[in-house]
Design a protein around this ligand. Structure first.
Ligand code: HEC
Ligand code: HEC
Length: 143
């Protein structure tokens, strides 16, 4: 019985330790605000309209429109409703290039290749934002 009591006292001490530490420190959010403070959302940067020139020949072109509404998952790909060769002309959208219909063995397919299914793996929307870090990148066009 005594042993049982000692064990449960040790267990309670273990359980309480983090609580004691947490209350000793002041808790704040990642952005440094108090827990009960309302934090205004960060600036959202607007999409830059108009197609950008590519910076190097093989660059996946940037997306000149918003993509939030378009679902892409294992079964559905709403990008294809405008960009697939079967729809592009009607939707007045650029058609996927031949590389998107080629499997890894180089066979030309009628449907977009599995390796190109998740569009935003390579294509990102363009927005006018300050750079996250300084960099010395120069376009391959030499300007
Ligand atoms: C409602 C039709 C529609 C849907 C859906 C759509 N797009 Fe577009 N997309 C367009 C049109 C139209 C343009 C051309 C815009 C222009 O010329 O300014 C375009 C342009 C692009 C370009 C630029 C191509 C280039 O050569 O510069 C990319 C990349 C692109 N879209 C990717 C996507 C991706 C990825 C998705 C899905 C997340 C998507 N689009 C969904 C209509 C659509
Ligand atoms: C593995 C990377 C990758 C994925 C995934 C991918 N793309 Fe691309 N895409 C590229 C590259 C690289 C180019 C430019 C070279 C080329 O045309 O192959 C390109 C070109 C394009 C173009 C311009 C075609 C032209 O001739 O101007 C459009 C539009 C486009 N992609 C849309 C899409 C859409 C929509 C999806 C999803 C169904 C998608 N891409 C998936 C890499 C990718």
């Amino acid at each position: 019985m005594k042993r049982h009591l000692i064990l449960s006292a040790v267990a309670t001490a273990f359980l309480l330790t983090p609580v004691m530490f947490a209350s000793a420190q002041s808790i704040e959010s990642l952005r440094g605000a108090g827990v009960e403070e309302t934090v205004a959302p960060l600036n959202t940067y607007q999409i830059d309209e108009g197609r950008f020139s590519r910076n190097y020949r093989q660059q996946p072109p940037l997306i000149p429109h918003s993509v939030d509404k378009y679902q892409v998952d294992l079964k559905a790909n709403q990008c294809l409703s405008c960009h697939d060769w079967t729809n592009a002309a009607e939707r007045n959208a650029p058609t996927l290039s031949m590389t998107h219909y080629q499997d890894r063995d180089g066979t030309q397919l009628n449907q977009v290749s599995g390796s190109r299914w998740f569009c935003t793996q390579c294509h990102v929307p363009q927005a006018n934002t300050p750079g996250l870090v300084d960099n010395l990148f120069q376009s391959a066009r030499g300007n």
